[in-house]
Design a protein around this ligand. Structure first.
Ligand code: IPM
Ligand code: MN
Length: 345
């Protein structure tokens, strides 16, 4: 019989609330012959304050034993900026080699976009997840003096670029429009930019049926707003991907709907699925957070584990739910209940 061993990290703020709803929908969509085993972990601000720890080697060993990880959100104003981001989130992405940071963006019927008209938006960003300026490669000297110098060196390896570019081509090939756009800034960042472009072009020869395009990241932000229908699959580096996926979320209904997967396609380590949004401490504990991004992250998780039908049912439930959404606010739990009811029927 089939089974899923899931590590659950609710984390901080609204993370707790949205993960509860994600699990509710997961329980409702899974066929009864699939045995779901969950282990909850208390990572985040509280544990940091209590123990000074963010993520230990023993934690990683323990997490490693699962098929996948569901994360709510990590971060709290009581913890200095960067401690949990670097010490937990990025540490986990790096330790488990989550090099494909997958962020789909679809403007669903019924969702209000801040863009004029009803643009067709249906693209997915494949953001590199383990390199770029995120590696902590840099430093500061003469700190606190007028002559202070700080660097953040962007790390780009041929190996790291090729594997994520290849993944993006494969995803583009599997979609009806078969189009892949490389987003970078190779008119200025010539060293990394040209490496990306060369590898992008070389791998492209293996995918003759995929149409390719290149955009500088600044131009890409214009097209996200003026012509989002031109995008199908986008591949880009870690930092550009971080920035443009927040914009992508904003034009498709906001971060309350935006899901993501931190994927290691080799399955050597568990992949991690999380909403793009953060812990939103200002609304935590009030039942105001929209759990839809987490529920959609559960769909990405199921897809990754081979449960395509169940993932599609969640996406269909989300589409139906947002189409039926009125203007009356619903609680976190009410949205979760509605989605769970839809996937079960
Ligand atoms: C995200 C977040 C993280 C990132 C931060 C919190 C480290 O913004 O998942 O997009 O920059 O990757
Ligand atoms: Mn981000």
């Amino acid at each position: 019989s089939r089974s899923i061993s899931l590590a659950v990290i609710p984390g901080d703020g609204i993370g707790q609330e949205v993960v509860a709803e994600g699990l509710k929908v997961l329980g409702a969509v899974l066929p009864s012959d699939v045995k779901l085993e969950t282990t909850s972990y208390d990572f985040g601000a509280r544990r940091y304050h209590a123990t000074g720890e963010t993520l230990t080697d023993a934690d990683l060993e323990s997490l490693k034993r699962h098929d996948a990880i569901l994360l709510g959100a990590i971060g709290d104003p009581s913890v200095p900026s960067g401690v949990l981001e670097r010490g937990f989130l990025l540490k986990l992405r790096f330790a488990f080699d989550h090099h494909v940071n997958l962020r789909p963006s679809t403007l669903l019927p019924g969702v209000a976009s801040p863009l004029a008209g009803d643009p067709e938006i249906d693209f997915v960003v494949v953001r590199e997840g383990t390199e770029g300026p995120y590696t902590g490669n840099g430093g500061a000297i003469r700190t606190g003096t007028p002559h202070e110098v700080a660097t953040e060196v962007s790390l780009n390896t041929a190996y790291g670029i090729e594997r994520v570019v290849r993944d993006a081509y494969a995803r583009a090939q599997a979609r009806p429009r078969r189009k892949l756009t490389l987003v970078h800034k190779n008119n200025v960042l010539v060293h990394a930019g040209h490496l990306w472009k060369r590898i992008f072009d070389a791998v492209g020869t293996e995918y003759p049926d995929v149409t390719t395009d290149y955009l500088h990241v600044d131009a890409a932000t214009i097209f996200f707003v003026t012509q989002p229908e031109r995008f199908d699959v986008i591949v880009t580096d870690n930092l550009f991907g971080d920035i443009i996926t927040d914009l992508a979320a904003a034009v498709t209904g906001g971060i309350g709907l935006a899901a993501s997967g931190n994927i290691n396609p080799s399955r050597a380590f568990p992949s991690m699925f999380e909403p793009v949004h953060g812990s939103a401490p200002d609304i935590a504990g009030q039942g105001k957070a929209d759990p839809t991004a987490t529920v959609r992250s559960v769909a990405l998780l199921l897809e990754h584990l081979g449960y395509q039908d169940e993932a599609a049912r969640i996406e269909a439930a989300v589409a139906a739910d947002v189409a039926a959404r009125g203007t009356a606010p619903r609680s976190t739990g009410a949205i979760g209940d509605a989605l769970a009811a839809r996937v079960a029927s």
